[in-house]
Design a protein around this ligand. Structure first.
Ligand SMILES: NC(=O)c1ccc[n+]([C@@H]2O[C@H](COP(=O)([O-])OP(=O)(O)OC[C@H]3O[C@@H](n4cnc5c(N)ncnc54)[C@H](OP(=O)(O)O)[C@@H]3O)[C@@H](O)[C@H]2O)c1
Length: 285
């Protein structure tokens, strides 16, 4: 009788230790912490490139990180940036971290806001990945980390566009993982929970405060901002991202913050309705 082999264990893949390591959105928060961790990694000798829309405005440049311009809203900027990376060497690490945090009731989200969000959080990163992949593939190694959000696994009211964008990059990563494996490349997802990066102040909001959703939106937002202000540090998230880069057998999904170690196992046993209710209740709804 033919032996059934279950392909559950992920295969060992080459661990990158040199080459170009790109971190998008490295001017603050999780991206800055990840670029710093890569520059200081004892087991690696990477040329670390961090991106920002305006390198001249980086307040505390991290030693060992080269800052290059990238605006994910602009396809020309993505093409130019990819060329600049390839001129510097073979990319071996790509952390697709930059992102917009958007909120608003579904009914009131403007089309332009949705298009911008998906261009930055999804399409821009996919295009950048496509432009770097052929060189990584030829080198036979590489790690790509998509920085999603735990909201991509645990949806919250008034965050539908953001949740959808983070679920979308997870879909791209989980599906293409098997495509890349024969070439020694892994693509995984890091889902941060609430992280204290000051992101709350930069969140885009689309809501009529006097409209039918105004009060509940404000209730959710106050809780969300409080959770972020008391969240774990960006450095802790960077540690988890580094695991996706240095693990011999990288996992499809990493997570940190918002009691991730408890919440993910719970999600396997609770009915979705109950789980969604819990998340909304945690935000005052
Ligand atoms: N903080 C949290 O609680 C949390 C939770 C879950 C997931 N996340 C995700 O983690 C990632 C980093 O979040 P963070 O809290 O570290 O945010 P952050 O401190 O606000 O940093 C966002 C980064 O994205 C860059 N960026 C923004 N718009 C861009 C654009 N159009 N093109 C290129 N770069 C752009 C910014 O660079 P410049 O402004 O310098 O261009 C900045 O470096 C995001 O994808 C976010 O969705 C965060």
């Amino acid at each position: 009788m033919a032996k059934l082999s279950l392909p559950f264990a992920s295969p060992a893949l080459p661990v990158p230790t040199e080459g170009v390591a790109v971190v998008t959105g490295a001017s603050s928060g999780i991206g800055a912490a990840t670029a710093a961790a890569l520059a200081q990694l004892k087991s690696g000798n990477f040329h670390v490139i961090g991106t920002t829309r305006n390198p001249a405005n980086v307040v505390d440049p991290i030693p060992g990180v080269e800052y290059l311009a990238l605006d994910l809203e602009d396809p020309t900027s993505i093409a130019t940036f990819a060329e600049e990376v390839l001129q510097r060497g073979t990319p071996s690490v790509l952390v697709n971290n930059a992102g917009e945090s958007q909120s608003g009731p579904l009914e009131e989200l403007p089309r332009e806001a949705l298009e911008r969000l998906f261009q930055i959080n999804v399409i821009g990163h996919i295009e950048l990945t496509q432009r770097l992949l052929p060189t990584m593939r030829a080198a036979g190694r590489g790690r790509i980390v998509m920085v999603g959000s735990m909201l991509g696994s645990f949806p919250l009211a008034f965050r539908s566009s953001y949740v959808a964008s983070k679920a979308a990059i997870k879909g791209f990563a989980f599906s293409s993982r098997r495509e890349l494996r024969p070439f020694g490349i892994d693509i995984s997802v890091m889902e941060p929970g609430s992280i204290n990066t000051g992101l709350s102040a930069r969140r885009s909001k689309y809501v009529d405060p006097q409209g039918p959703y105004g009060d509940e939106f404000q209730t959710m937002l106050s809780k969300l901002d409080r959770n972020e202000a008391t969240g774990i540090s960006a450095e802790r998230v960077a540690e988890e991202i580094l695991k996706a880069i240095t693990d011999e057998r990288p996992r499809p999904l990493y997570a940190a913050g918002s009691k991730a170690q408890l919440v993910f196992p719970l999600a396997r046993v609770l009915p979705s309705e109950a789980l969604h209710g819990l998340i909304n209740r945690k935000h005052g709804l």
